[in-house]
Design a protein. Structure first.
Length: 310
């Protein structure tokens, strides 16, 4: 059947249609780090070749249900397996960024991309000259916020973000061409997400010791709830010094956990306690281990670390 055109654009549902069966020479899937493997299988009937474009560290596709085994992974996660970046024999890794300064890029590269990501030389020309604000001119900074019971939103965090945002407006920014101008709203990106349930907060309150801060991240693919099957493997992969700083705790009332997640990795400055996990069926990515090790090495207090099993 002739489709009457040479180029098509559409969703997974478009190319899964019987009308496209065997009609395409190539199917390019953008943001493949967000496309479920099952959707790619459905679209594959339309084409002879599939080219995936995307970042496996990207925020995952929102889903309503749970899937057994690896069925719930994005197609990039599924194909990469234990690799943090695409092996040379399986694809092309675009190893240069024009977004991050070298100092920030180096951490991101080492933590998530096997050290393969580098910053374009032009990024070093961009700079800030901040005055009257307690923020450095470059780097990654953690700012604590004291609050309680904020399962879906936090007014306290919002107020801090708003204050920093307002203080940044009008500050001097020099671009890669050497032009200096005031910072505007178009220069600031705010990424903020709280997706922890009331149940998780209740479990924290019931935990022993005094917990100082909750670390979470908007990228739910990078940080996800730790299941008992992956904890022992996680502990075996890190050095002895880091091992001594990790606390693993089984939730006190797993029957109350409607999400099916009953285990947490917890680190407390005051009390370190380890519970051995017998079964190991899944592994964690090396990139997640690097992230956790960095937080611990930098003495960043961690209460709950969500680690995605792959």
């Amino acid at each position: 059947m002739s489709l009457g055109a040479d180029l098509f654009a559409g969703t997974a549902w478009t190319f899964a249609s019987p009308h496209f069966d065997g009609q395409l020479d190539y199917l390019f899937i953008d943001e493949a780090g967000q496309v479920a493997t099952a959707n790619v299988v459905a679209m594959a009937t339309a084409t002879k070749n599939i080219i995936l474009v995307g970042d496996q560290m990207q925020l995952g596709q929102p889903i309503q249900g749970t899937h057994p085994g690896e069925a719930g992974l994005s197609v990039l996660e599924f194909l990469l397996g234990d690799h943090s970046t695409i092996p040379a024999e399986r694809g092309i890794f675009l190893g240069q960024t024009r977004r991050m300064r070298p100092s920030i890029c180096q951490f991101i590269s080492d933590a998530f991309y096997d050290g393969r990501l580098t910053a374009h030389e032009s990024t070093a020309e961009r700079s800030l000259d901040l005055q009257g604000i307690d923020l450095p001119n470059e780097g990654i900074v953690m700012i604590s916020a004291e609050h309680e019971g904020c399962s879906q939103k936090s007014v306290e965090e919002g107020e801090i973000i708003k204050a920093k945002y307002d203080a940044l407006l009008g500050q001097e920014f020099t671009d890669r061409d050497g032009t200096t101008r005031p910072i505007t709203e178009d220069d600031i990106l705010v990424v903020r997400s709280i997706n922890l349930s009331d149940f998780i907060n209740q479990q924290i309150k019931r935990s022993e010791g005094t917990w100082t801060r909750l670390i979470y991240n908007g990228d739910q693919d990078m940080l996800a709830y730790a299941k008992s099957e992956i904890v022992q493997d996680f502990l075996q992969r890190i050095d002895s010094d880091t091992f001594a700083k990790i606390v693993y705790r089984i939730a006190q009332n797993p029957n109350e956990n409607r999400s099916g997640v009953s285990d947490f990795i917890i680190w407390n400055d005051d009390e370190l306690r380890m519970v051995e996990v017998k079964k190991v069926r899944e592994q964690v990515r090396e990139s997640q281990l690097n992230w956790l090790s960095w937080m611990i090495d930098e003495n960043i207090p961690v209460e709950i670390v969500r680690v995605k099993a792959v």
